[in-house]
Design a protein. Sequence first.
Length: 118
Amino acid sequence: MATVTFRRVVLLFCLLCALERTEAAKCVVSKWTEWSKCYGNCDMAQRVRNRDVYRPPFPERRANGDIHFRECPPLYEVVDCLPKGCKKPKVHVSTTTLSPVQREFNEDPGNLVNFFPF
């Protein structure tokens, strides 16, 4: 049976402290909330969700001596939506209805010279 010495206790304590510091450097956030209602009108509407910071990141020292602050992950998200009662817009562009300049631009998006005459 190994004897527990003061040196081993100190070494174990230092290892635990190092692990805790590494974990403390990370930002801890909550789970995402549910998506909000769809706010806006038929032309433009969005819904959002967010999360909170439980523990902000702790600064950590890099091998070169610089202090580094980790960033928290995104805390909110926004997506477009269609409110109830709005019809989904139908978007269809036929190349036969485009002017010759527009048709040429559609076929080669890099050809801006013919699209802008100046």
